[in-house]
Design a protein around this ligand. Structure first.
Ligand code: 3SK
Length: 522
């Protein structure tokens, strides 16, 4: 079991402990050809914490991070926690409307933003009544005009003290939030507490992955995702190990270059990425011999991909399932105990229950709704009491996933209880795509479902009924895709569009998505 003292600030476990225990000079982060030690990150975090204090930030106030993976992300995240504020990493691939919502919902006082995202953000500033200060990271061309509320990260930290006391938080204080998407409505801020990262580290990273200070971890999933935050930040920082931070897009060829250059011992990917890495020409020529383990999450890993990767590189992929609400992986395959195609078995520290619609446990082999208990579950959704009550029931949380358990105890994914899709590891709401498509002048009605691509991975497919007199063409298909791409985050656009004379509906006029899903799968 994990015992955490009542007064506890998790920055101590990830930063100061390494200095006390003699690991300060060990490399913490490799970044763009340079490396940063644990002592350097701890010092930069202290400077960020003091910088926030100088801006008047108080305990529990939110600090939004719109940052690329980098040492500055690490220092901002831990520095904010250390001074008692609550960092809220935001997905850097979203649209201005999303940022307006999240910055106002969280009432963030300060935003740390990478200079490359400034153009997207700056028109919103008059609409953000709670935001007091913005700190620009990596503004190499000094292109952002600075004033008394707009600061340059390097100057701001250079003028701040490198010494900072831990804020006297308790183990159950808020530590950070992550936004999770829903099938309808706005994203939900998952309030994570000071003890949550310790729980995931002890039960998943140490117990399943057996991480240790010799490890070098490379995560294709970015740090603003719950998955990436563990893989690329608090797992390596929990044991004084090394992380490789890459600020660009995690493309297949780039991942192999990073593996060959930095020789990671653990690689964390998602099924779509493993599929595109395996489809590179002459893939076996890449040297992956440094890897002792690979991990996959985000969506179910098809057995064929797991087997092909193992045969090509002689390293296993451990597939697992996690969630932003539970923070990291709670059901997983294990080294030496992999059932390809399954999500594995519950991680120690978590209990899993499959129940029917009435909440009764289903018989072994039957599909049920997956409930999980474990102490890394978010305390609540911020400001969303009804959604919190509907999802979190005492010790248990409704994951929204359907699973069945085979006679050997392995869990097999069987779809979602709502209509949400996981596309390349990111949540996509069909309703959001439908609401966008319907705004196109040619579209009368539309419904979006998940459809497997050639690799068996789910992508959004739109069924469209055109307005009278219009006929489907190749150009119109491309125009509709582009229409969605321009309005939503790029990963959300429908990869295929099928035109129908009408949508299948019930007698009461409800769209029969299951029929469309069946059509999409054939
Ligand atoms: O998407 C997942 O499977 C996942 C895995 C680990 C942590 C968080 C998430 C959402």
């Amino acid at each position: 079991t994990v015992t955490i003292p009542e007064q506890f600030n998790v920055a101590d476990a990830f930063l100061d402990r390494h200095l006390r225990e003699g690991r300060g000079d060990r490399v913490a982060i490799h970044y763009e050809g340079q490396h940063y030690t644990h002592a350097q990150i701890a010092e930069l975090a202290n400077r960020v914490g003091n910088g926030l204090l100088s801006l008047g930030v108080d305990l529990e106030q939110r600090i939004a991070l719109l940052l690329l993976d980098s040492p500055q992300f690490a220092a901002a995240f831990f520095g904010a926690i250390k001074m008692g504020a609550v960092p809220v990493p935001l997905n850097t691939q979203l649209r201005p409307d999303d940022y307006r919502y999240m910055l106002n919902d969280s009432r963030a006082r300060v935003l740390l933003i990478h200079a490359s995202l400034w153009q997207t953000f700056s028109p919103l500033r008059p609409e953000l009544p709670y935001l007091r200060h913005v700190v620009i990271v990596n503004d190499l061309e000094a292109s952002v005009p600075l004033d008394s509320t707009t600061h340059d990260f390097d100057d701001w930290t250079a003028h701040a003290s490198p010494q900072l006391d831990l804020a006297p938080t308790s183990k159950d204080d808020s530590a950070f939030w992550l936004y999770s998407s829903g099938s309808t409505g706005f994203p939900k801020g998952c309030v994570h507490l000071q003890h949550d990262m310790i729980y995931c580290t002890e039960y998943y990273a140490r117990s399943i992955l057996e991480i240790n200070e010799q490890d070098i971890m490379l995560s294709a999933a970015k740090l603003f995702f719950a998955y990436g935050l563990g893989n690329g930040l608090y797992f390596p920082f929990s044991v004084g190990a090394q992380a490789i931070h890459y600020p660009g897009r995690p493309l297949a060829a780039t991942m192999f270059q990073l593996i060959e250059r930095y020789c990671p011992t653990i690689f964390f990917g998602v099924p779509t990425l493993y599929a595109s890495m395996l489809s590179l020409p002459d893939v076996a020529r890449y040297n992956c011999s440094s890897l002792r383990l690979c991990v996959s999450a985000g969506e179910a890993l098809p057995a064929e991909l797991q087997q092909r990767w193992q045969a090509t590189f002689n390293v296993p992929i451990l597939d697992g399932i996690g969630s932003t609400e539970i923070l990291h992986i709670f059901i997983s395959n294990r080294p030496g105990d992999i059932r390809p195609g399954s999500s594995g078995k519950p991680v120690p520290g978590y209990r899993a229950l499959l129940v029917d619609e009435q909440g009764h446990e289903v018989a072994q082999g039957e599909t049920g709704n997956l409930l999980i208990a474990g102490d890394s579950i978010a305390a609540c959704y911020w400001n969303k009491h009804e959604k919190t009550k509907a999802t979190m029931h005492g010790y248990w949380i409704q994951t929204g996933d359907k699973y069945f358990q085979d006679s050997d105890g392995y869990f097999w994914y069987a779809g979602r209880s709502d209509d949400m899709l996981k596309v390349s590891g990111q949540w996509v709401s069909p309703v959001e795509i439908e609401n966008t498509l319907i705004a196109h002048p040619a579209v009368l009605e539309t419904a979006v479902v998940g459809a497997p691509d050639a690799q068996g991975l789910i992508k959004p497919k739109a069924f469209v009924v055109l307005k009278e007199g219009l006929t489907p063409t190749e150009e119109l298909t491309e125009e509709l895709k582009a229409f969605v791409k321009e309005r939503l985050a790029p990963f959300k656009y429908p990869r295929t569009i099928a035109f129908l004379p009408e949508l299948p509906k019930t007698a009461t006029g409800k769209i029969q998505r299951f029929r469309l899903r069946d059509t999409a799968r054939t």
